[in-house]
Write a protein that binds this ligand. Structure first.
Ligand SMILES: C[S@@+](CC[C@H](N)C(=O)[O-])C[C@H]1O[C@@H](n2cnc3c(N)ncnc32)[C@H](O)[C@@H]1O
Length: 328
């Protein structure tokens, strides 16, 4: 599995203090930036006020000009980067998909949520979670420490109980989760946003096998990944900030599961339903980001999907194993 701390943040992506998450951890901040930027729009798809607090804590208000959000690597709210405009549209555009999933999964009576690679997700505060819900947020110590420090300044409230599980997913995260109180006898709502592309196919399989082994009947799962590895030429590069993040994202992109979600999840005993980001954006009334332009040859696609557990351990060995190249 990709080691989120093994790689120094690159010039142009590095934030200003040494106590910030680095490497892939910085992607949590970039995602928060997109949510902060979206939240400022008059036609915002959602409002996540804490997202801006993470950005400001990371880079300082002084780094901004006027009312603009301070710049963070490629992230800027002045429209001058095609890469950032695309990434921001993607990161903000996938948010309502996961919001709907979580709200529905809890409305159906589930009360245990696990976010793997939780990053700076604030759904525990932002969404109306029922009392009695427990949300386990799993990420590296660096990311969760930064998150806790910023949240401590704002003291947001949640009807849910949040439990932070600071561990690298390369380690015994299942043991840490159980130790934190996770109950494998209760149906779980798994939320794995923006993580799977950082894993190789065997790592993604190992992660899904571990998830399946501790998922009670009634558990549900949501995640997304790309149909192919991202490339430097997927989008125009404006400057060194763009180049740095494009290099970070493309070099961290390990390809994910490597087959379509329905086939991948079926092997692990789940029934998945996929939604292309392009469909999601159309329903949201937003243009398709350049990065996902379907008119290009070999277009990049983001597959968002939800899944329901059929039977734990009932692995379908005959499940189709088509490669991503056979994607529609
Ligand atoms: C793109 S961010 C997404 C964060 C969050 N899910 C969101 O959408 O706001 C990816 C997150 O996965 C975490 N991550 C990546 N590899 C990890 C690993 N091996 N162990 C724990 N966390 C990891 C990073 O630290 C980062 O917070």
């Amino acid at each position: 599995m990709y080691d989120p701390e093994s790689r120094p943040a690159r010039e142009g992506v590095r934030a200003t203090t040494s106590t910030l998450p680095t490497g892939v951890g910085i992607t949590a901040l970039i995602t928060a930036y997109a949510r902060a930027q979206e939240s400022r729009r008059r036609d915002a798809l959602f409002v996540d006020p804490l997202a801006e607090s993470f950005v400001v804590s990371a880079v300082g208000t002084a780094a901004g000009t006027g009312d603009a959000l301070p710049r963070l690597g490629p992230a800027r709210d002045d429209g001058s980067s095609a890469l950032w405009t695309s990434l921001c549209a993607y990161l903000a555009g996938r948010t309502p998909f996961y919001d709907r999933y979580l709200v529905q999964a809890l409305a159906d009576g589930r009360r245990q949520v696990v976010m793997l690679g939780a990053g700076l997700d604030t759904r525990a505060f932002r969404l109306p979670l029922a009392a009695g819900t427990i949300v386990y947020e799993v990420d590296t110590p660096a990311v969760l420490d930064f998150k806790a420090r910023v949240l401590a300044k704002h003291e947001p409230t949640s009807a849910a109980e949040r439990v932070l599980v600071a561990i690298d997913l390369q380690e015994d995260w299942v043991g840490a989760l159980r130790q934190a109180g996770f109950d494998s006898g209760r149906p779980t709502v798994w939320l794995v946003e923006g993580l799977l592309m950082y894993l190789t196919a065997p790592q993604a399989d190992a992660l899904m096998a571990a998830i399946s082994a501790i998922s009670a009947p009634g558990s549900v799962f949501a995640a997304e990944y790309l149909n192919r590895r991202s490339r430097m030429d997927d989008v125009p590069i404006s400057d060194s900030g763009d180049r740095a993040v494009a290099e970070l994202l493309t070099s961290s992109d390990q390809g994910g599961p490597g087959v379509e979600p329905e086939a991948w999840l079926s092997r692990h005993g789940w029934v998945a339903r996929r939604r292309d980001l392009v469909e999601e954006m159309a329903d949201l009334g937003r243009p398709v980001p350049v990065l996902f332009d379907t008119d290009r040859s070999d277009p990049l696609r983001s597959w968002l999907f939800t899944a329901a557990l059929t039977a734990v351990g009932d692995v379908d060995e005959d499940a189709p194993t088509e490669t991503r190249d056979s994607a529609p």
